[in-house]
Design a protein around this ligand. Structure first.
Ligand SMILES: O=c1ccn([C@@H]2O[C@H](COP(=O)(O)OP(=O)(O)O[C@H]3O[C@H](CO)[C@@H](O)[C@H](O)[C@H]3O)[C@@H](O)[C@H]2O)c(=O)[nH]1
Length: 458
């Protein structure tokens, strides 16, 4: 064992061509190289310049740029999901698969000990051919994958109806997909083949089935039963890295934000952001703003400009700016979320429950309101609301619409100090946060993760 522990690993990373995937893979790479291991990182050529500043150990993290082939209907030069609208994502996956020859040439010469991948079901065969182990490293909550383990011989045969029922042996849990039109529509997106491409479900599931081990960015203390269920169902090791959030930036929150936030009492400002991918329709955007207005609290909302509008101001509801002057700020760009969540005036995080934002909200002292959009975000919200009871979820209408009353009601329910639910989620959140932020926990998880990898080596 002591020999194994001193073995320095060489890990290759090949995440899906999306910054939401590349970034967490890079955060893990930093943690591996901090311990003296070596990382070879394969990514689209143009993406390298956008992320290499995140690499903390440039002497141990080596980037290998890939040329993303031009594929029918893909805009020229498209490399990542940021360059491609939702309906064309299937074509990007085709281009992603067509990098296989380049990937094979690079990996065959590197012969890493491990290859981490998520969306390339062909990777395990390639890895085994060159004597590497294939680790399916998922950047979303494992509870999502536990709910959707294939219960038919072929993942292709799974239907949306199959996903509505938890699979046999699924942990006793309230984490479920609800039979509402909106949630069913999200499942359909996941299960439907796009153009010539496999469905996302089939693509991911074959990766899970063929890999040597599964890895997740979570703690057993947060969603242990789902990890255990996956281990049992797939009959292979399930390794946990912990959330691996990057260290808070050394910089302080800019005056632009602090000057405004300082106008408000401690714990009163509602912060809202929906991650890197969500673009709302103008009518839903306006309704949400009216919901913030209605809740009566000060608010800082960072959302992208809705579809079809040139500026964020153009999308404001009639008279909104005047009415909320001095207590509401709607910002149409990128904000320093982790620093904002730490500001003492912030008292509530209204989040889409992307896995990164979910962890950041959990590690803050804010009350949490969940507004999930995509499949894994819905499951993440259920974990927070139904399982751990640390948050509330905004009620949607069957078709997915969120009314101003519904948003405002959810915010008031956690911000009104006299409300029973506010006290309950605050108490549970504080208890869970204490458990998840105990001294040295993240580093211990990473040490164990690496030992487990070393144990997988022949
Ligand atoms: O104005 C902003 C908005 C976001 N962030 C940061 O950007 C990251 C966003 O990550 P995440 O919360 O995971 O959201 P998305 O990028 O939208 O998430 C995509 O990737 C996630 C996995 O990482 C999935 O769970 C989601 O479904 C998928 O939409 C977080 O660290 C935020 O702190 C900012 O700093 N400023």
């Amino acid at each position: 064992m002591s020999n194994l522990r001193s073995t320095k690993l060489h890990v290759a990373m090949f995440p899906w061509f999306a910054f939401g995937h590349i970034t967490p893979y890079l955060h893990l790479s930093n943690k591996l190289t901090e311990r003296g291991h070596r990382v070879s990182f394969l990514l689209p050529k143009g993406a390298q310049a956008k992320v290499e500043h995140l690499s903390l150990y440039p002497n141990l993290i080596h980037f290998y740029p890939l040329l993303v082939p031009s594929v029918d209907r893909l805009p020229p030069g498209a490399e990542t999901t940021s360059d491609v609208s939702l309906p064309l994502r299937g074509h990007l996956r085709v281009a992603f698969d067509q990098t296989q020859d380049q990937v094979q040439t690079i990996l065959s010469s590197l012969k890493p000990d491990f290859i981490f991948f998520d969306f390339s079901p062909w990777m395990p065969a390639l890895a085994h051919q060159i004597g590497s182990k294939a680790i399916c490293y998922s950047i979303v909550t494992p509870a999502t994958q536990a709910l959707k383990v294939p219960t038919k011989e072929k993942p292709e045969d799974m239907t949306v109806e199959d996903f509505m029922q938890p699979p046999p042996g699924y942990p006793p849990s309230c984490v479920r997909i609800k039979s509402k039109d909106y949630e069913i529509a999200q499942l359909k997106v996941f299960a439907k083949a796009l153009g010539t491409d496999l469905s996302l479900y089939v693509r991911i599931t074959y990766g899970l089935i063929r890999s040597d081990a599964l890895a997740y960015r979570t703690y057993h203390e947060f969603e242990g039963p789902y990890c255990d269920y996956l281990r049992q169902h797939h009959a292979k090791p399930v390794l946990l890295t912990g959330p691996v959030l990057p260290k808070a930036p050394a910089t302080k929150l800019d005056e632009k934000w602090t000057n405004w936030l300082c106008n408000f009492k401690q714990g009163t400002v509602v912060y809202c952001a929906f991650g890197s991918q969500n673009k709302l329709q103008k009518d839903q955007f306006q309704e949400l703003l009216l919901g913030f207005e209605l809740c009566g609290q000060p608010f800082l909302v960072a959302l992208s400009t809705p579809d079809g509008c040139a500026t964020i101001e153009e999308a404001f509801p009639e008279g909104f700016e005047e009415r909320v002057k001095g207590r509401g700020w709607v910002y149409g760009g990128w904000v320093p979320q982790t620093l904002i969540l730490e500001h003492p005036s912030i008292g509530c995080s209204v989040t889409h429950c992307g896995y990164g934002s979910l962890w950041e909200s959990l590690f803050s002292d804010c009350q949490i309101v969940c507004v999930p959009y995509l499949g894994d975000q819905i499951v993440g919200a259920r974990l927070m609301v139904e399982e751990h009871k640390v948050a509330v979820e905004v009620e949607r209408e069957d078709n997915g619409w969120i009314s101003k009353e519904s948003l405002s009601k959810a915010i008031i329910s956690v911000m009104d100090e006299d409300s029973e639910i506010a006290g309950l989620v605050k108490y549970n959140h504080a208890k869970l946060k204490e458990k998840l932020t105990s001294e040295g926990m993240q580093e211990r998880y990473l040490d164990t993760f690496i030992q487990n990898l070393q144990g997988l080596m022949d």
